[in-house]
Design a protein around this ligand. Sequence first.
Ligand SMILES: *Cc1c(COP(=O)(O)O)cnc(C)c1O
Length: 385
Amino acid sequence: MPITQTEEDSVNSPRPAVRRNASPYLYGGEAAAVAQVLESGQYGHSDVTEKFEREVAAYLDVPEVVAVESGTAALHLALLAAGIGNGDEVVVPSLTFAASVQAIVAAGARPRFAEIDPDTLCVTGASVLEALTPDTRAVMPVLYGGRAVDLTDAAPVLAGRGITVVEDAAQAFGSWHGDRKVGAFGASGTLTCFSFGPIKNLTCGQGGAVVPRTSQEAETIRLLRMLGIRQSQADRIRSTTYSVDTFGLRYPMSALNAAIGLTQLVRFEEIEAKRPQLWRTYRDALAGIDGVALVDVDVEHTVPFNCVVRVPNRDAVFADMQARNIGVGVHYPPNHLQAAFAPWHRPLPVTEQTAEEIMSLPFHPAMTEQDVSAVVDALRKAVTR
Ligand SMILES: *Cc1c(COP(=O)(O)O)cnc(C)c1O
């Protein structure tokens, strides 16, 4: 039986952009920047890395930024720098990438899973306070989808108990919290961690950064990221020795990655415009579909990382979309239900319900309005089947 053009379109989805849930976005100068570093022969932490740190700090309007190998490394080091270790508990939402939780475990601490607001998929002041125990030493809000998390109502209790806030802002580079950029809250006692992984708002290929609260903390994180060695590479090659001052890991950001990030940062304004625009296009296109609820990202203040909907019969809709070659995803299977984190399981009914309903639509800056229409047409068919 011959199938019509529209049937064929929706079944085979000829639009390449919608096959991917997420994708790096290159501006064009990245390959040349990497080639230049390759030819320089300096591939480790170098002055290119330090230039990237200064440029990110200038972008955020903060005194200092410490670049590291990944977002996960940034979280691990931020926790260590805050003095989190054995026996300490860190409050974290269960609905996050496993990296947040593994960073806590890597620091020797225990995750204490917190509930989320089903409307934002983020923790709230109240859900954080509910999760506190006498062992809580830190709270790790996750800025899901790039949306800032406001813990103002819990702040007096957290400060009173000496609890540090370490933000997982892996998805939130470029977003705003009120009139200040996410990452610009060091003076208020928050440590912020970014990821510059392949699909993040700004990519270094791989990379991450910590925004420290003080210059002393910046120094601690620099020591921790380079095996506890204080001397710079340049000093080391001119000396017969070096000193290992403290415990340390090997988490530097390669100059190859920093070069990619520097190229991206110059044109980041384009992403600051494109991502919110893409999210709004989805919002308008989804408005007419019964049963599909868009998770709000506070697009006025956010550079959205993704576009998440709640749908009935999610698993069936997901399979249908996949069969139509639409790159849907689920972010995330809850961590409190993972085998690795079983020792810290506790019932989280809102998270469990939410995790069965959410689905992430294809979302990356190369997508056009036509791509969004193709995704939304497919979704309309999938939910009404
Ligand atoms: C990407 C991500 C991380 C980890 O960052 P990497 O650079 O991949 O190590 C951590 N938390 C969240 C919420 C993320 O999205």
